[in-house]
Design a protein. Sequence first.
Length: 418
Amino acid sequence: MHLLAFGINHHTAPVAIREKAAFAPDRLTDALHEVTARGGAGEAAILSTCNRTELYCGLEPANDQRVIEWFCDYHHLNRQDIHPYLYRHPDQDAVRHAFRVAAGLDSMVLGEPQILGQMKEAFAQAHKAGVTGKVLNRLFQQTFTVAKQVRTDTAIGASAVSVASAAVRLAKQIFNDLSEQTVLLIGAGDMIELCARHLKEQKVGHMIVANRTVERARLLADHVGAEAIALAELPTRLADADIVISSTASQLPILGKGAVERALKARRHRPMFMVDIAVPRDIEAEVDELDDVYLYTIDDLKDVVQENIKSREAAAREAEHIIDTQVVDFMRWVRALDAVPTIRALRESAEAVRATELKRARARLARGEDQDKVLEWLARALTNKFTHAPTDALKQADHDGNATMLDAARRLFDLNEE
């Protein structure tokens, strides 16, 4: 069976195109049944995330265009319009693409781990829908194994490569166990939301979201299990915070040196970790002069992120070598599948000859012929029948000067050069 992976992603298509090609989660099972019933795919799995929509198919080569046409028709996309954004990976390239996607090498954030979970979910849905078979089952199982090997054998996910994740990683280095810490998040924009998600993953003890508009703070707080307060409450709540992360659009500092000094006094000088990722800055630079305060700005974090990106890029090169080896292994298995029908036909042909000649031998024995003579005849008959077709083929190969056929015969029947 032929393998095909095709689709669009953040490398090839803007979000305006990607959103048109996304599969709704509640219609995914129906789409899987459609692509196998009408799209010409023998097996199929659909991966649909905010950054990519991909189909992995096992099908006959002649159906490549048919399944792509189904994809366009399903989403009501003009084929000429979508063509510049669409990529198509056949066979070995499809295997390599699946391995790279699962390992995070094709992600917007190099090495991010979420995509592996999304691929596992895509396969689970396809398998539950009954539209995967021997090829895709093996492909996805090996894909998950490869992704795990990349995580284990390289440092692809060892370092933070976003400002938000770097901030949380630094906080964990300082406090070790975040489950006992209180975090104050100032602002409710995208950066603070990302920090909140990272903190929730780290099972932080308590989160407080402070924003000028309490309703906006509450929207974010409800998503991450946090407390929402107004900015006006900062003077009385700052002392509660072991970690402060601030990112607002304010043109003036929100936290001054005096406010932080008062908070430290109330905390009896237990240390505070503060991250200011706002531009202009939310926390006065003079705060860094205080003892018991660890203050980082966005420039500090960008330096950390840049070093970490270099580290991940080096790990990615190691991961590519792992993937190359695993692709060869998978394609060896696929080629072995191609030999199965031939092996089956050879065995069936030999079995038919055996049954026919054995029946004739038994008939001769039943007529009272000498057993030794019948055994000799049976052995000779089987030898002649089994070697007749190969002998004719080798004679023709010799006549045609087909050295490849002759060499293959020697290897196939384990013959010496003589």
